[in-house]
Every structure is written in structure tokens, then in C-alpha cells.
Design a protein around this ligand. Structure first.
Ligand SMILES: *Cc1c(COP(=O)(O)O)cnc(C)c1O
Length: 372
């Protein structure tokens, strides 16, 4: 799906120098690299404050806690996302409530969110899927109208924007992930929470460090969840290249689009006007038949695998049907758009260093599969 070695080779000199700087100081946790990276990422993302955390999942958990989500609260989020979005809610003892997707974009459908608001609702998590945008404007309006907290899970769409505004800057808090496969990837786990309120930023900073308000005095129970200095040093080097990498991803996506335009069996996802898509994933829908909704997609994935071409399904099991959430009584048929998407989506290899020849090779294999 991606070749991280190609990226490392192009930056090896700068990264080794940055790591050497940390090794020389032997300061590994909560030091100058993180402070600088937080400043740089806040600037990049269009927010006043950034707080580095151990992972994107922790960024969600600590953000929910910072916004006073407590056991018994309901948090509305899409069924069609990575499990971590809901895991963070459940980790706090709150209840995930799953909303359906928009059939054209597969992003969370604001109308479905509106229908799930109850007196127990405390927050909405907007997930920006695939490098594209959920309808952050509609979700933000909905949150304001019902006095709910809006958190944006921007793990996949760092650098993307909607009508000129960076994703992750619409909600009370925006979170992101630097898991190695993300568009800005660390050499291990790392994440970030971004906000404009100083009060929220200070509470996040306290929560990541055992809730400590002073030396060995904890105002509340927190976590050990810090983005360490070695990761921050790597990420600072890489951040300088992020926009160029996104541009490369966008041109690869256009090449795939062109190759698939004439093929009726492949349905591209809609990208509404005003979006700057970062193509964390290049995802299409390949619809099957009534009785076998996943047959065509699975046939293509098999055909690619036989030719040593990777492909992925983001995501094959909608969250309301996950065994982990069995007690919430989700049933097949509850969220038809998300369920259909899980049968039809296929993500193809995409990474900035991918050559035109490689893109054509993948596209040809997909078209070939649909003819056979
Ligand atoms: C990657 C991802 C996360 C989790 O981030 P980690 O850093 O792996 O904990 C959460 N939500 C979405 C949508 C993601 O893609």
C-alpha cells in the first residue's frame, strides 16, 4: 500500500541528524523537540495550541475527557470508521452511538447524526475519512444548536481543508495520528490534540502527564501519554515535506481517476466542491449484485493479490456489527449505507514516491479483473 523505505531514503541524512541531536542531550520526554513540533503543527493546522500525545487514540480519549464526557454520556460517531474512534469513547465508560454514512461520499451523514441526538448526548465525533472531509460545517452547526461538543478525528486528513479552512479546526478539539502509515508518520506511535482554548490545552497537557498540576501533585487522575522527543524530532523533519507529499498523492489520485473514468463497474467517491483532499487512501466502490454485495470487490482484490499488488478494505466491518460492541445490540440493516460501503470499498496503493508506471500497472490490473 505504501513504501516507507523510499521516503526514508530521501530524508535519511536529515532524520539521522535530528535523532543525533536528541541522543546528544539524552532528554527523551517533554523536551524542546516536542515544544517546537507542537508550535509548528499548530501553525500548520490553523489552531492556537497543540498537545503531543502517545497516539491518535489517546488524543481522542484525552480530548473527550477534557470536554467532560463521563460514564453514561452518549457520543455520536460514524459506524464506518476505524475502531479507535469508538474505542476512545468506550474507554471512558461513555456509550458510542453509531450514525450512518452519506451514500455519495461515505462520510458521516449529518441527518443521521441529528436523528440520534437524545438528552444524554454529550458529543459528536466527526471523522474525516480517507484524506477527504466530513461535512464539518453542518456538523458544527448541529453541535452548536444542541449544545454538544464537536471533536474532529482528523487522523486521516491532516492538511486537508474545507472551503479554505483546515480540517481539525472546526471542532472544540481536533485530533490527529502519526501512526507510521499516516500521511505524516512517526517511527512508532504518536498523536496530537489541537485546540484554540488555552484552558483546554492546559488540561490536555495535564492529563497526558498523570494529571499533575504541580511537582508530584495531581489535580485529577490522568494518563501517561506523551509524544517523545525522538518521535518529535523525526516528525519535525517530515512536516516540512507534508504539503509536497500531499501534492504528489493528489496527482496519483488524478491518474487513477482518469484510468477508471470510462469503467462503469467502478464508482468513485464524490468529492464535493471546496474540498482539498489529501488522499491518505485512494478508495473506490465496486458494487456487487443483490445476493452477493461484496463479490465484485473481492474478485478484484483477489486478482490484485495474485499479481502481488496490495489493496486494503477500509473498513470491512462497520462498528455497530463489531463483536466488541455486541452489548449495544447493533443489527444488520440498522445502518444500510455503512453496511453496503463495507461490502464495496477497495483502497489501492498510493504514496508520494509511487511512479506513474506503478500507478498504471495497478489501474490496468483492476480493469483487467473487471473484464475477467
Ligand atoms: C489511525 C486512526 C486512529 C488511531 O490513531 P493511532 O495513532 O493509531 O492510535 C483513529 N481514528 C482514525 C480514523 C484513524 O485512521
Amino acid at each position: 500500500m505504501l513504501d516507507l523505505r523510499a521516503q526514508f531514503h530521501s530524508l535519511e541524512h536529515d532524520i539521522r541528524a535530528a535523532l543525533d541531536q536528541v541522543l546528544a542531550t539524552q532528554q527523551f520526554v517533554l523536551g524542546p523537540q516536542l515544544e517546537a513540533f507542537e508550535r509548528e503543527l499548530a501553525h500548520y493546522a490553523g489552531r492556537r495550541y497543540a498537545v503531543g500525545l502517545a497516539s491518535g487514540t489517546d488524543a481522542l480519549t484525552l480530548s473527550l475527557r477534557t470536554c467532560d464526557v463521563t460514564p453514561g454520556d452518549e457520543v455520536i460517531l460514524p459506524a464506518f470508521t476505524f475502531i479507535a474512534t469508538a474505542g476512545a469513547v468506550a474507554a471512558l465508560g461513555a456509550t458510542p452511538v453509531f450514525a450512518d454514512s452519506d451514500p455519495a461520499t461515505l462520510q458521516m451523514d449529518p441527518a443521521s447524526v441529528a436523528a440520534r441526538i437524545t438528552p444524554r448526548s454529550a458529543a459528536i465525533i466527526a471523522v474525516h475519512l480517507y484524506g477527504a472531509a466530513a461535512d464539518a460545517e453542518a456538523l458544527s452547526a448541529l453541535a452548536t444548536e444542541h449544545r454538544l461538543v464537536l471533536i474532529e478525528d482528523n487522523a486521516q486528513s491532516l492538511g486537508a481543508s474545507l472551503n479554505g479552512r483546515k480540517l481539525g479546526s472546526f471542532g472544540t478539539v481536533g485530533t490527529t495520528s502519526f501512526y507510521p502509515s499516516k500521511n505524516l508518520g512517526a517511527f512508532g506511535d504518536a498523536g496530537m490534540a489541537l485546540a484554540d482554548s488555552e484552558e483546554i490545552a492546559l488540561r490536555l497537557a495535564r492529563l497526558r502527564n498523570h494529571g499533575q498540576s504541580g511537582r508530584y501533585v495531581s489535580a485529577e487522575v490522568g494518563w501517561n501519554s506523551r509524544l517523545d522527543e525522538l518521535q518529535a524530532a523525526v516528525l519535525r523533519v517530515k512536516l516540512k515535506h507534508l504539503d509536497a507529499w500531499i501534492a504528489a498523492r493528489r496527482s496519483i489520485a488524478r491518474r487513477y481517476d482518469d484510468a477508471f473514468r470510462a469503467c462503469d463497474a467502478i464508482c468513485p467517491l464524490a468529492t464535493p466542491a471546496g474540498q482539498h483532499h489529501t488522499y491518505y487512501a485512494y478508495t473506490v466502490r465496486i458494487p456487487g449484485s443483490a445476493g452477493h454485495p461484496a463479490a465484485a470487490r473481492d474478485h478484484v482484490a483477489r486478482h490484485l493479490a495474485e499479481r502481488q499488488i496490495a489493496s486494503s478494505i477500509f473498513y470491512p466491518v462497520p462498528l455497530h456489527l463489531q463483536p466488541a460492541f455486541e452489548t449495544l445490540d447493533g443489527k444488520i440493516g440498522d445502518l444500510p449505507i455503512a453496511e453496503r460501503a463495507a461490502h464495496e470499498v477497495l483502497s489501492l496503493p498510493i504514496y508520494p514516491e509511487m511512479s506513474e508506471k506503478q500507478v498504471d500497472h495497478v489501474a490496468d490490473a483492476v480493469l483487467d479483473a473487471l473484464r475477467s
